[in-house]
Every structure is written in C-alpha cells, then in structure tokens.
Design a protein around this ligand. Structure first.
Ligand SMILES: Nc1nc2c(c(=O)[nH]1)N[C@H]1C(S)=C(S)[C@@H](COP(=O)(O)O)O[C@H]1N2
Ligand SMILES: [Mo]
Length: 557
C-alpha cells in the first residue's frame, strides 16, 4: 500500500524537473547553438493551427497591448509570445508529469516488484514517458528550428538525452516519494505511527533537496544563458551603432518642405530601431551573409546563384523611401513604419536569368519556411519592385530579413518575404503563407489616415485667434494622397495642410490648426487618394483585407 497523492506530487515534481531542464536547454542554445524546443514548439503551433485561431490570438494580444498601454505593439507582442511559449512548455511538462504520476500510482501494485537490474520500475516508466513526449517534440524541432547551428545529429542526441532525463528524473523522484506505508497499524496505536512520521520527514527532506537543486539549476542556467544572449545582442547593437554614425539620414528628399509636422506626430522617417517587426517565429532568423546565396531557377534559360556581393556590385543600386504596413495593423496602430530601402531592381536581375515565355509567376521562398508568389506581369510593369539588401543605408538587420528581402509597392507586408533564399519561375500561381491562412490574395494597401496628436500645449495665435495644432499621417500605398480633412465633434470636414512626402510610396504628414474651444472634443480624420478615390470610411476589421474606418481621438482642452 502506497499513499502518494499523485496529482499534487505530479504537478510539483513536473515543475521541479521541467523548469531546470528548460533553463539547461536555453543555456545549451546560447553556448552550443542547440535548439530551444519551447520556442520551436510554439512556432510550430503557429504554423499548423487554423489561420482564424491564430488571427484571434494575435488580435486579442494587440488589443491587450493597446488597452494596457504596453508600449510599441510588435516588440511587446514578441515578448508576450516568448512568455506564452515558455508558459506553454512548462505547462506541458507539468501536465505530462501529472499523468505519469497518476499512471504510476494506478498500477503501483504491479510494478512494486519489477525492476531491471538496479533500475526500479518507476524510472523505467519515466524513461518511456520521456521518449513518448520527446519524440514528437524532437521531430517538431527538427522541422521548424532554423536558428540552431549545431549538427542535426548532435541536436537530436542532445534533445533525446534531455527528454529521457526529464522522464527518468520524474520516475526516480516517484520511487523516492512513494514510500510504503505499514499496512497493519498495531492495534490501539495513534494514527501517527513512527513509520509514517519517518516517511513524512523523508518526503519533506527529499522535496527540500530536490526543490533547492531545481531552483539553483534554473536560476543559474537561465541567468548565464541570458547574460550570453545579452552580450551577443550588445555586440550586434554596437556594430549597428558604429555603422549608423555615417548614415543617419541627412538630406532627406523633402528637406525644406513648407509644412512642418506638429510635435508629437510620429517621426516621418522611422528610426531603424523603432521599425515595427512581424514574422512567424518567436525569434528572428540569423543567416550567415557569407555563405548565403540567392538561387533563381525554374523556367529560366540560365539558373543563377548570386551572393550578396554579386547583388551589390553587379546591379545598379536603387534607393526608395518606403512606408511598409502590416495587414494586421489596426486603424491608428503602430504596425507601420518608414525607412529608406536599397536594392537591385528585380526586372534587371531576372533579365540575367532569361525568363521563358511560358512563365507567369515567381515563387519566393524564405529560410524560415515563409513563401509568397508574385505575378510576372507585375514585375515586368514595375521596375520599383526590388530585391533589397539595405535599410537606412546599412545591411538589413537580422530581424528585418538579412541578407535579402523583396519590396513590392502598394502591397501589405505579408506579400513581401524577408530572408529570401529562392526565386522559382513558374507557369502557375500558388497561395502564399498568409493567403493559405485566409488573408487577402492581393493584399493591396488600404488608404488610411490617423490623428497622432492634438497638441494642446502648443496653442498658438493666428490672426487674433488661438489655434491648437493637430497632426498625423495619411497613407494609401503607392497611390499617393491628395487631400486630408479633419472634422471636430462631427462637424464639417475641413482640409488640413499636407507636407510634401519623402516619396510617392511613403505616408504623408498632415497638419491642421483648429480654432481653440475649451472642453472635451473628438477629432476625426479622413483622406483622399491622388486619383480622387476617397478613403473607405466604414469600419472593417484587419482580416482579411486590411482595416478600414475613420480614426478618432478625444481630448479635453
Ligand atoms: N520570411 C518572412 N518574411 C516575412 C514575414 C515572415 O514571417 N517571414 N512576415 C511578413 C509580414 S506579415 C510583414 S508585415 C513584414 C514585416 O517586415 P518587418 O518585420 O521588417 O517590419 O514582413 C513580411 N515578410
Ligand atoms: Mo504583416
């Protein structure tokens, strides 16, 4: 007869064994470039779950960040994703341990006498559980992990060892905890027989030791791992900072533009470190630029394999100021930014490969498993479509797609792969990563306008009237903005002044000076495209084609 409360101890031991192993996985990742399975599992889930569920999760997260003012959306979202991934993995560890303990307890009469040599049965069952949990996770990690540089065989052996240790340790702990209770208590004795007391102390001592060890390992592993990661990041940041000194934007193309942004409007040219970032992995890919190659093949006369240097040296460099936006950006959201892109026109690069007459589409594949197609017609008509290797005058940051990404004017970010490795010329179309998940096939950027600021502190006098400067942005992909209008408290629409934009494809900064009236007011904005098409003013959610609607801001002045 054993008396281990399986649920409670299963959960507790699950925590005490899983947490330090997660810390060790992290440390091993930082030191030996081995896979960090908790993130792999999360990335895999994001790939295989139905697109609508993913969208709902993302929406909830964005709303949460917005509601509680948790800072810049895409960065905070990545932090939340990472925490979610860690929590989920810990949860799996605890849940599996719980099941293991319940099973062990249920069959305890059978295994009592079983052992293999000196290995008691719970350890054997634990090892088996480790294998059962570990095998799918190892396969998943091998499938989706693109960060780990260690040889695959080493990765698999390491992970197998980790999962077997996990199960073995749980079984070993069970064997220690499930001490037999004397079946026949001597008649008349109080409940706390000496045997039971001794067993309790034994259990407690055991738990204190295991708990102390687990806490130490977790803190040490996570701490050292984090320190190493931070050191790497710092190296990287320093390198960028050194590079940047030479290239901080001066001479912007609209220098001297008559209309000046109202203080508090988002920067017209986004500082590189503030550019939003969206991709399907918890952590960005880090490709090696020296060994990286772009392969162009399929329906071409001459397949090409190009290095980064080839792309930089052998083609004219094209500089374009671009406002990129995520199709998940909500009205007034911050998943949109502007910087200078440099690259080679895709038309020119393709010309070198000799595209065959039967070709109609390009399939662009990324190192993270992302892909999209582009119609050849579009490429042939638009020399601005380019393979970009610089942002803001320096090589793309890893998180923004180093070494190469594509630029397609007028399309949301989801159509524009980063970390490109392959371009296949095809005679048919295919759905891209997000299109397969029910987002718009074309993903043409919507016209949107936003009130960024009502500068109550900046009230000025104009012709004897106090006015409050109000400012923001308007953007319609590559179609340009001809008019921005503001309405206060649902009053008539009045034209704002437009600042000359950085280019035809960037947002336009607008400014409106509102005759001051004390009280609470609501400021609304709408815009018109260059060709006279008005912004869609009724509200649509981001999915499937990008959000539409009027942006409003209320302020008490
Ligand atoms: N390979 C790859 N490319 C990608 C993505 C991705 O997950 N993987 N995300 C896309 C999406 S949804 C957007 S909005 C833009 C964002 O680019 P940024 O992170 O550099 O701002 O990249 C696009 N290109
Ligand atoms: Mo996106």
């Amino acid at each position: 007869m054993y008396n281990l409360p399986a649920l409670r101890y299963g959960a507790l031991m699950g925590l005490l064994v899983t947490a330090p192993l997660m810390a060790l996985l992290y440390l091993a990742e930082q030191v030996f470039d081995l896979p960090f399975v908790p993130f792999d599992f999360f990335d895999w889930l994001a790939r295989v779950l139905p697109g609508d569920i993913i969208t709902r999760v993302i929406d909830t997260m964005v709303e949460f960040i917005d509601r509680f003012d948790l800072g810049e959306t895409s960065g905070t979202a990545k932090t939340l994703e990472a925490l979610g991934a860690l929590g989920m993995f810990l949860g799996i560890g605890i849940g599996a341990a719980l099941v293991l303990y319940v099973v062990l307890r249920h069959f305890e009469n059978r295994w009592q006498s079983v052992r293999l040599g000196r290995i008691p049965a719970p350890v054997l069952v634990g090892l088996l559980a480790g294998a059962v949990i570990g095998l799918p996770l190892i396969l998943i990690s091998q499938d989706v992990n693109v960060l780990a540089g260690a040889p695959d065989s080493v990765q698999v052996i390491w992970l197998a060892a980790v999962f077997l240790t996990w199960g073995g340790a749980l079984g070993w702990a069970y064997d220690h905890l499930a001490v037999p209770v004397p079946v026949e208590a001597p008649a008349g004795e109080p409940v706390s027989t000496p045997g039971v007391t001794a067993e309790k102390i034994d259990r407690r001592t055991f738990l204190i030791r295991v708990g102390g060890g687990a806490a130490t390992l977790t803190v040490l592993g996570a701490g050292i791992g984090r320190y190493l990661e931070y050191r790497d990041e710092k190296d990287y940041r320093d390198r960028i900072a050194r590079n940047r000194d030479a290239v901080v934007p001066q001479d912007l193309p609209n220098e001297g533009a008559g209309v000046v942004a109202v203080p508090g409007t988002r920067p017209e040219y986004t500082p590189l470190e503030d550019h939003y970032r969206i991709d399907i992995n918890v952590r960005p890919l880090e490709l090696d630029g020296d060994s990286w190659r772009l392969r162009i093949n399929g329906l071409v006369d001459q397949p090409l394999t190009l290095s980064l240097d080839d792309l930089r040296r052998n083609y004219d460099a094209l500089d374009q100021y671009v406002t990129l936006a995520c199709i998940s950006n909500r009205i007034g959201g911050d998943l949109t930014s502007t910087t200078r892109w440099t690259g080679a026109s895709l038309q020119t690069v393709l010309a070198g490969a000799g595209v065959q007459a039967s070709a109609s589409h390009l399939k662009i594949t990324s190192a993270d498993g992302f892909s999209e197609t582009v119609a050849l017609d579009m490429v042939n008509q638009d020399p601005r479509i380019m393979l970009a290797y610089n942002w803001d005058g320096i090589p793309l940051l890893h998180k923004h797609g180093f070494p190469l990404r594509i630029y397609i004017p007028d399309r949301y970010g989801m159509k524009q792969p980063k970390w490109i490795t392959d371009i296949e010329v095809m005679d048919h179309d295919e759905d891209g990563y997000w299109v397969e998940r029910n987002w718009d096939k074309i993903a043409r950027m919507r016209a949107v306008s936003v009130v960024d600021v009502v500068d109550g502190g900046g009230t000025i006098e104009r012709d004897g009237q106090m006015v409050v400067p109000i400012g923001g942005i308007a953007h319609a992909g590559a179609r340009g903005i001809s008019r921005v209008e503001v309405s206060v408290d649902d009053g008539e629409w009045t034209a704002a002044a437009l600042r000359e934009p950085l280019s035809d494809t960037t947002w336009v900064i607008w400014r409106y000076e509102w005759p001051f009236e004390a009280g609470e007011h609501t400021f609304a904005v709408r815009c018109t495209e260059k060709d006279g098409t008005p912004q869609i003013t009724n509200s649509n959610p981001t999915k499937p084609s990008g959000a539409t609607g009027i942006h409003r801001l209320s302020r008490t002045l």
